[in-house]
Design a protein around this ligand. Sequence first.
Ligand code: ARG
Length: 575
Amino acid sequence: MKNRTIEEDLSNWIRKAFETAFPGLIPENAPVEVVATANEEFGDYQCNAAMGLSKPLRKNPREIARAALDSCSLPDEISRAEIAGPGFINVFLSEGYLAEALRGMQEDDRLGVRSVGEGKTVIMDYSSPNVAKPMHIGHIRSTGIGNALDRLHRFLGYRVIADNHLGDWGTQFGLLIMGYRHFVDEKALLDHPVEELERIYVQSYQKSEEDPSWRDEAKKELVKLQQGDEENLALWKRFIELSLKEFSSIYERLGVTFDLYRGESYYNDRLPSLVEELKEKNLAVTSEGAQVVFLEEEKLPVCIVQKSDGGFNYATTDLATLESRIEEFDPDKIIYLTDERQQLHFKQIFAVASRLGWRADLAHVWFGLMRLKEGTFSTRQGNVIKLEQLMDEAESRAFEVVKVSSPDMPEAQQRDVAKSVGIGAVKYADLSQNPQSVVTFTWEKALALDGNSAPYLQYAYARIASVQDKYTERFPKSDLRAFPIRIEHELERRLAIRLLRFADTLFRAAEFYRPNLIADYLYDLAQVYSTFYQNVPFLKAEEGVRESRVQICGLVARTLKKGLDLLGIETPERI
Ligand code: ARG
């Protein structure tokens, strides 16, 4: 298998060209590289380094570009390189190279994507809902984006440990226990456990606002729980079990699995010693009765690790969790997914970890909150849309569509397809947006079945698969592989370039934690394919051209399938 991607190869070449033309004058960190172009007029790849180097080299950028190109010969991949506009270098790939590259992809079950993560461990901390709170549509973000990054890293060869860091400990349990004792409806608890737990929690919370003695009672229950009171412990365990059962069924529908479910409570025993460690190392100091770490150097507010009443908090737990993960798994990297509101929290945790000398690359991948047109969700306003409700609606709308598009399919199969299409649509609607953008939820968008959507891509996949079937039907004796892929037509060329960009796209999506780059890529690929399919003959083309085209189709199908799989989206063979 070839080791480097096309962008890496071309970037190496262009850097060498600049360095040969200007020995010792190109700063090591200057971005001398090529990137894929969006518009074919500007070549297949482009380098705009000459403009940035104009000042330090005191030369006109066009002259710089000229000198770079004159300094060395073109590599095999390139048929021509031109200087355009103020000093862009536009690069055109050769057809011979494109054909060879596609043949390479064809032989490779990884589609030309090398295993860059081999030997490295990544812990993925995502989804992590709180016990006794229903998962609403906002939770699709942490779960979906986290799972896509999880799948992507596994494919890139990393050893991934997906850990669901459930919110299963905290002050809410005092109120929940009180709510349970006074208001629970056992039947509702069995039918809709999390909904009922939330209801009793809200009722108990409201009561505590009106009645200080209720609040004191709840506090007492909490302390009893913390001290290991058997009855309260049993209730707490039941709340977790009931919640987990419901969460698990959501994960199953979403096709999401975790290696570990270690909630916050798993680390309880480590909290006191962690604070001791911070004190011993003179990192934590007493301030107004609390233990805090000052983070002035990092220009961050103090991080409280033990409250003045002796209690530990979210920061203490995350530090203990981190220490335990480092001890047990020696990870190269830990990726945390939460919404934007926890940015400061993680900056503080990472700062304390670095002061402690803990070594692991820590990344907080935050995403924008999901809002409704009317504003944010709020249980009290009653405008929460539950994730389950969204999935049900998506599946039933997809079922109506499948019944029309495939009327002769047996109903059980129609339902299976509707499941893949409906859930795929919901996931893709979120994954195709920049994670850090603010997302306004609308039913139309979440359930879109055409345009830039999962169903559009799933449909494209199924259609391509059928081209191959038709070929085998028409030419049962023909051996495809006797006719290697060739690139002659302009539309073949465009499609080949798209296929070739798969590896670079995946690397970039992993580097910037942006599954939406994969979604953009797949949509572009499917659109270019569709133009190709509509404009060139397949089965009617002459022998050789025909086989080449069918094999290109096969590669498009495999790439779409793999790309969608990385987003956690299924690809039925028929829709
Ligand atoms: N349970 C938290 C919440 O719902 C998210 C936990 C994220 N992970 C972590 N290690 N802090 O906001």
